[in-house]
Design a protein around this ligand. Sequence first.
Ligand code: ASP
Ligand code: MG
Length: 611
Amino acid sequence: MALIVQKYGGSSVADADRIKAVRDRIKRTVDAGNQVVVVVSAMGKTTDGLVALAESVSATHAQTLTEIAAKEREMDLLLATGEQITIALLSMALQSAGQPAIAMNGSQVRVVTEPIHTRARILYVEPEQIKAALDLGKVVVIAGFQGVAIDRVTGLPSTEITTLGRGGSDTSAVAIAAAINADICEIYTDVPGILTTDPRIVPKAQMLAEITCDEMLELASLGAKVLHPRSVEIARNFGVKMCVRSSWLEDAGTVITSSRIGTGNLKTLEINNFVEAVSIDYDQVKIALLQVPDRPGIAAQLFTPLAEKGINVDLIIQAVQETEGVNDIAFTIPQDQLRLAEVVTRSLEMGASSVTVDADVAKISIIGVGMIGRPGVAAQMFTALAKAGINIQMISTSEIKISCVIAASDGESAIAAIQKTFDVPVRSHQACEINPETNSDISPVRGVALDRNRARIAVQQVPDRPGMAAKILEQLVAQNISLDMIVQSQSARNVNEIAFTVAIGDLAKAETALKQFAPVLGYGEVSCDGDISKVSIVGANMIYQSGIAARMFSALANSGINIEMIATSEIKVSCVVRDHQAEQALKVIHQEFNLSGDRAIEVPSVLKTKP
Ligand code: ASP
Ligand code: MG
């Protein structure tokens, strides 16, 4: 017997027939001897409909903050009704099929949240009532996406209804699973599982049997449509096993694994430290190629021979340069491979204006899934380093990790500064989730993601002194702009270039903010480019094989696709390419790593018309 949480999304409960199909699946699960807790979304597009209704009765004139806050409270009352319809109907359906069931909304269960409307985070879930009902042989049907606010004064649950933010019922389900210590949290949706890439671009994308939480989070742009990142974050922190399956099919779906067992605090479920650990790696040497011609194939021309010689390239960054037609490329490798790497690099005749080597560097990284969607974290890290007088030579970021290359002699004070800012432990520098021996057959690249919703900003001629990266980022954080793929390249002339990507919708706002501060902070031109896309490969096993990035670069080169920016972490390599080549880039990379199956994954015909 297992304790199973099943979450059904809006399309799975869109009408009476679908609700009956869900009822049958639940019944089968109970009949097989399991205890079942069900979490549901609002039926179909109900929530969208409610939002539209709210807009249609609301004033359009400029509102005061108090008016907006009042509206948010009523908004939660309104939106929470959607899920309440589903729990009542599903519970009735179960009861009339002879299956004892009880429907509970967020305040009845006590899914206790912060006292914030429309985007509350879950503090804790009281497990007692759920368990009592299960012990009576009932299926417990709980409204997702909603909770009840804690009273700031008494510290006890109030009667104020809150919601978790759009798509929040995945988060409800995993939080409940963590609280009752469920064996698995099954997410039923309209896709059969997590695929290696977007099947609308690559029809033969394959389904993954298994993926780790970290990989899932790094594939955010691919996975977000299927799973809300906040739910993955909880699963990871509490070691909740999850799976994503289609509610239309019987397929096993994709299991999302987490190796962490119960490290989170059940009293502050979603308020964990957003940064979990800091790590430092002194076994690093930096090689930089300045002013390399900017044309397709350059990255491949460099990293392929390095890979062939077995050189383990760790961090790679490439950024655009103020001089048209050239790029700076820098990378780090282990100390003992320096001589070989230097010989290989210098022999290549890449047309660089110079090749510099710095053996006295260290890589300091912070890692934490909570960084997703918190634009301030990178700025905080850079500020901490700046305050300690530490200069950042290179920066590379991924969704869940930020790495900076600094002088090795600054290592200890850097660790101290970061620990003071984030109150985190020091972790050994290679935190990996997959055991190489048991999983040697797993492809090093698990998924390829394309994010077309990005724009690139490059800030040029940034004075090379402590605090500049932090100050630049702060301008953006103040505007609540989330940036990713931050890259800072090396420069010979005491200036750096800092480039990053932002959501395309934030581009104008970011540009204005940055241009405004150029005279104050002393950096040069701010160049913006909305016609780019970000393509990434992700795989937890990449760290055990060299040459993975090189293969990605070659695949792009062979198709004549120019790489305009590169950023890497242990489990991810991202490249910025021209938007009109983005789909082709995705296809050739997917092909390079043999990720296609021999047939297209079947999607039920009812869903084919969905966007
Ligand atoms: N019904 C809510 C929404 O549409 C929550 C969810 O479906 O996850 O955003
Ligand atoms: Mg949803």
